[in-house]
Design a protein around this ligand. Structure first.
Ligand SMILES: Nc1ncnc2c1ncn2[C@@H]1O[C@H](COP(=O)(O)OP(=O)(O)OP(=O)(O)O)[C@@H](O)[C@H]1O
Ligand SMILES: Cc1ncc(CO)c(N)n1
Length: 275
């Protein structure tokens, strides 16, 4: 059985965080495990409360899973603050986080703070060097680099800057692009840029897109797909999940994690450029 561990926050509403990750792992036939960094009281309208797990509780969960079951890949999401980043960094430094997909979650779509802004440097310095892939959205990438993502050139500069912190590859997600009919995610690994472009889906039901996408990449990586192939397969999965997202709750509803079972293959245009 292929195994994957998510280290992230719990979303009581079931659309993002740990819940999105475990649903995605299950859909992709991967045995899912979790270490919870914080409980959030959350629904489709926003985040009503954040209750961090103690550093001791977080360390114990990760140790329990790794000491017995082991894992083929690891994903991190909401890490709350520097104290909890330090706990994850202990395992990274010991070489215990294989195929580490780092989603640098900072602010929820609803505006709630999921990472203490003063912990940004710790995330970059202590965890980025161990990542096989970092998956920022546009606001996160701008906060990390201080570069405004207002052109293709600036997005490429952002990808290069983030890679310079020591990760193996970066995937700059385009979900927050405005005024366009298409959305492009940009992959960069130091040797090539790869552009994954899809038609923009007209929906507000995008709660949990980032978590679900990174979890699918983690599941495919755990199953030994090469990173570029894992991203392509995950892109299909997330596109189908957004196409069939449900108007559950009164706000921005969650993506449909089981959509890939029945949905048609989405049109994904891939371009490669040496860089
Ligand atoms: N309206 C849309 N149509 C098509 N694809 C989308 C749409 N919105 C987001 N995506 C895709 O979903 C994936 C997640 O991207 P996004 O930039 O929304 O992440 P995020 O902001 O981290 O997500 P979250 O809302 O969970 O914080 C990307 O592959 C992006 O291209
Ligand atoms: C717990 C959690 N993690 C990540 C996100 C980002 O979508 C969220 N809304 N909630």
């Amino acid at each position: 059985m292929i195994r994957a561990l998510t280290i992230a926050g719990s979303d009581s509403g079931g659309g993002a965080g740990i819940q999105a990750d475990l649903k995605t792992f299950q859909e992709l036939d991967v045995y899912g495990m979790s270490a919870i960094t914080a409980l959030t009281a959350q629904n489709t309208l926003g985040v009503q409360g954040v209750f961090p797990a103690s550093a001791e509780a977080l360390r114990a969960q990760i140790s329990s899973v790794l000491d017995d079951i082991g894992t083929d890949a690891v994903k991190t999401g909401m890490l709350v603050d520097e104290e909890r980043i330090n706990v994850v960094a202990e395992f990274a430094q010991d070489g215990k986080l294989p195929k580490f997909i780092l989603d640098p979650v900072m602010i929820a779509t609803s505006g709630a703070e999921l990472l203490d802004p003063s912990a940004k440097e710790a995330l970059m310095n202590k965890l980025f060097p161990y990542a096989a892939l970092i998956t920022p959205n546009i606001p996160e990438a701008e906060a990390i680099t201080g570069i405004e993502a207002n052109s293709l050139k600036s997005r490429k500069d952002i990808a290069k800057t983030i890679l310079s912190y020591g990760a193996e590859a970066v995937l700059l997600k385009g979900g927050h692009e405005e005024g366009t009919d298409t959305i492009t995610d940009i992959y960069y690994d130091g040797a090539e840029f790869r552009y994954y472009t899809v038609p923009k889906i007209n929906t507000v039901h995008t709660h949990g897109t980032g978590c679900t996408y990174a979890a699918a990449i983690t599941a495919y990586s755990a199953a030994n797909k090469e990173m570029k192939d894992a991203i392509y397969a995950a892109k299909c999965f997330i596109h189908q999940a957004i196409m069939e997202a449900s108007p559950i709750g009164g706000g921005d509803g969650p993506v449909h994690h089981a959509a890939h079972r029945t949905a048609e293959k989405p049109p994904i245009f891939t371009e490669v450029e040496q860089g």
